[in-house]
Design a binder for this molecule. Structure first.
Ligand code: FES
Length: 131
């Protein structure tokens, strides 16, 4: 079976270290420019569906903006779950602390799944994604 490549975005539209969300044939996908090498991943975080292009990309590691779960954009593997519910030694108001503790307790029961990836190639100034 041959791959069906679809034009996703112009290479010039994503600087190195940048990401761009696109919708291709009804799929939400993020194109990542990892220092000139492009990767395509599912847009939704494997933790709680946050849009991953809102996060940060360092080399090939994407950190979700919502709770900081991390993913390898080359494989889609979830490298870590969300940050722990504790904040360290900061002094926080008791009511806020109780709320954070409750959120942290609930968060423990939400697993972080790996995300899907897609084959990518570049051609004539475009990033193409295999669907
Ligand atoms: S939604 Fe991405 S880490 Fe929670």
């Amino acid at each position: 079976m041959t791959d069906n490549y679809v034009r996703a975005v112009s290479i010039a539209d994503i600087a190195p270290g940048g990401m761009k969300a696109v919708e291709l044939n009804g799929r939400e996908i993020v194109i990542c420019n990892c220092d000139g090498r492009f990767h395509a991943i599912d847009r939704r975080c494997g933790h709680m569906n946050s849009p991953l292009e809102m996060g940060t990309l360092a080399s090939t590691i994407l950190t979700c903006a919502m709770h900081c779960a991390q993913f390898d954009v080359t494989t889609g593997e979830a490298l870590s779950g969300p940050v722990p519910p504790w904040l360290g030694n900061e002094v926080i108001p008791p009511r806020t602390g109780a709320l954070l503790k409750n959120v942290g307790m609930l968060m423990q029961h939400i697993c972080t799944r790996s995300i899907g990836t897609y084959k990518v190639k570049t051609e004539s100034g475009w990033v193409l994604v295999a669907l």
